[in-house]
Design a protein around this ligand. Structure first.
Ligand SMILES: Nc1ncnc2c1ncn2[C@@H]1O[C@H](COP(=O)(O)OP(=O)(O)OP(=O)(O)O)[C@@H](O)[C@H]1O
Ligand SMILES: [Mg+2]
Length: 236
């Protein structure tokens, strides 16, 4: 085994153009394993574009994204989809839950797409986000904050190494945003996955350890705001 200390996420000269629109311009970024990075910036600054490129949901115009030493450019579309299922959890502002499946079934669907559904494990994941009493509710029977917590359980059910979250609390009031962020923080402390969390809200951003600012497709700020947390293994 090689012992070199390469960053967990490495972004080199990454650009994405949509026709005339230069959404991202030669971005360089390195993120360590287990780091929690918040990405801030005004509307249209390229935050979602950056996250979508990291998640392999879109392809760059130029440059590269390397995750855990895998260059996404070297993977075909099937391989990228497979890589994403193995390594990446996604949370969006809109939770994208399947409306006719219960909370448990929504989490089990992610297990099915990854490997094998396991109801007990899905229920355990929902209990970890405080939804033990909502296992068999449909999304329409859950509050916005509860729906987002199902989204977290679903994103983390396959133990991804990387969590990508785009405005995960964008639709929530402060109280529910705090509940959701506290859950992410606790799970991060337990499992030490790497987090890239996009938000336009400075209060949300300061939950991370490092804040990156995007403006007009470029990184204009990169600041460590708190010490890195050290892992705290689950006892149960
Ligand atoms: N699929 C697309 N086709 C064309 N233009 C796009 C596409 N996606 C993004 N853009 C453009 O790229 C720029 C960056 O968009 P992006 O969605 O990354 O911004 P953002 O920082 O996430 O903004 P917001 O805070 O409003 O979500 C914008 O000018 C946007 O209009
Ligand atoms: Mg966006």
């Amino acid at each position: 085994m090689r012992k070199e200390k390469s960053p967990f996420l490495e972004i080199v000269n990454l650009s994405k153009f949509f026709g005339e629109t230069k959404a991202l311009k030669k971005v360089n970024l390195q993120v360590k394993k287990g780091e929690w990075v918040s990405v801030m910036g005004p509307s249209g600054s390229g935050k979602t574009t950056l996250l979508s490129l990291i998640g392999g949901l879109i392809r760059p115009t130029e440059g590269k994204v390397k995750i855990d030493r895998t260059d996404l450019n070297s993977l075909n579309n099937n391989e990228i989809a497979h890589f994403r299922r193995e390594k990446i959890g996604l949370i969006f502002q809109q939770h994208h839950l399947v409306p006719y499946l219960t909370a448990t079934e929504n989490v089990m669907l992610a297990q099915f797409l990854h490997s094998l559904p396991d109801q007990a494990e899905a229920e355990e994941a929902l209990k970890r986000v405080g939804l033990g009493h909502r296992l068999h509710h449909l999304p329409s029977q859950l509050s916005g904050g509860e729906q987002q917590r199902v989204g977290i359980a679903r994103a983390l059910i396959n133990s991804p190494a990387l969590l990508l979250a785009d405005e995960p609390t964008g639709n929530l009031d402060r109280e529910n945003a705090k509940i959701v962020l506290e859950i992410i923080k606790r799970l991060h402390l337990e499992d030490m996955f790497t987090i890239i969390l996009v938000t336009h809200d400075p209060w949300v951003a300061q939950w991370g350890e490092r804040i990156i600012r995007l403006e007009d497709g470029r990184i204009i700020g990169d600041k460590v705001v708190k010490e890195r947390s050290s892992p705290k293994r689950r006892t149960s």
